[in-house]
Design a protein around this ligand. Structure first.
Ligand code: NDP
Length: 321
């Protein structure tokens, strides 16, 4: 099997491995598609210590077909999807032709979703749905007011814009790419805001512009979003594209009752995952998915990861195995 392999000396290369080299697990999956998430880009470019042991096959998600199973829940021939659980970090991941994993990490792909569509959106899309569901569960409705999505041309942001617009929300896309205005309005954004406005130090309280937000950027941007959220509004935080810090104050929380909800996709309980994938299959138009997808092969992954790190990518890389 061909696989991308990370070595301890930061070398990254495509190698020929044996299926018998795969780590332990009760299900063997022939990987059909994987994808490049921001975390994969960090791993492939050795920009952050994502791999916890070496050699490591990166790839935090994949979709594929079960080839061998010792688990009662999964039979040979089932199409399965995996996101997170430390795969691609502590356990060999999806940027390989085969993966052997624990059955408790897998969910069955909804039958009304094509495997390539699942990985076109990948962990980014599934995380976007976790954020959108969290906003709705917290009582944010289309009538509550406008929703802001940061990093809007990226993977999480693009899918979040599309889902929220489909659900009837009025969505403002916060983006650094003015040239992608048509792309963002095509996804359903009703307004676009230059991310420069939110990149600097936040005031303690700003205008009450947002009923809710999906933030993938963190740092000053998240602080500005919180400061500009309306009374009782809800902000979901899932990313750190600008930074991991949060230079904010308690003022929006104690004076405006703003809520900040953390979103984690990696160890998210299976029930919430299955709901998110079912919702994605029901609500996300495949033509929107195709619009955000660039299909590549294993050989293209390293260069694509560099593009992600440069912040120059619009949409998602789908990796065909
Ligand atoms: P992408 O690289 O696809 O998109 C990130 C976007 O953020 C870019 O397209 C850009 O959008 C914007 N951006 C990039 N750099 C900066 C910067 N310095 N300041 C402000 N904005 C910036 O990444 P993903 O969408 O896949 O992931 C986004 C974030 O979410 C990452 O930090 C990732 O680690 C995190 N994440 C977290 C998960 C979780 O479980 N919590 C799961 C998945 C992702 P634009 O040009 O439009 O402004």
């Amino acid at each position: 099997m061909r696989a991308i392999v990370l070595r301890e000396d930061k070398q990254v290369a495509i190698e020929q491995c044996n299926v018998t080299d795969l780590p332990e697990g009760d299900v063997l999956v022939k990987v059909a598609y994987s994808t490049l998430n921001y975390k994969d880009a960090l791993a492939l470019t050795a920009s952050a210590p994502i791999a916890k042991s070496y050699p490591m096959v990166p790839g935090i998600d994949f979709v594929g077909v079960v080839k061998e199973s010792n688990a009662s829940d999964f039979a040979v021939g089932d199409t399965v999807v995996l996101n997170g659980w430390g795969v691609g970090e502590k356990h060999w991941g999806g940027l390989a032709e085969y993966a052997r994993v624990k059955s408790k990490w897998l969910i069955k792909l909804p039958t009304n979703m094509a495997p390539q569509d699942a990985m076109s959106i990948g962990t980014a899309g599934y995380t976007a749905m976790l954020c959108c569901n969290a906003l709705r569960d917290a009582g944010v409705t289309p009538e509550s007011g406008n929703i802001l999505v940061s990093g809007a041309t990226g993977g999480v942001g693009s899918v979040a814009v599309a889902i929220l617009a489909k659900r009837g929300y009025s969505v403002t896309a916060l983006s650094g790419k003015a040239e992608q205005a048509e792309y963002l309005t095509g996804l359903g954004a009703s307004a676009i805001k230059d991310r420069k406005e939110y990149e600097g130090k936040a005031r303690i309280l700003g205008g009450q512009d947002w009923a809710g937000a999906v933030d993938v950027v963190g740092s000053h941007t998240l602080a500005n979003i919180i400061a500009n959220t309306q009374y009782g509004g809800v902000v979901t935080a899932c990313g750190l594209a600008q930074g991991m810090d949060l230079p904010s104050s308690v003022a929006p929380f104690i004076l405006r009752g703003v809520s900040l909800l953390g979103i984690d996709s990696v160890y998210c309980p299976q029930e919430r995952r299955q709901r998110a994938w079912n919702d994605l299959a029901e609500e996300l138009d495949p033509t929107v998915i195709q619009q955000i997808t660039h299909e590549i092969g294993l050989d293209d992954c390293i260069e694509a990861a560099q593009n992600i790190m440069a912040g120059s990518v619009t949409g998602r890389y789908l990796v065909k195995l």
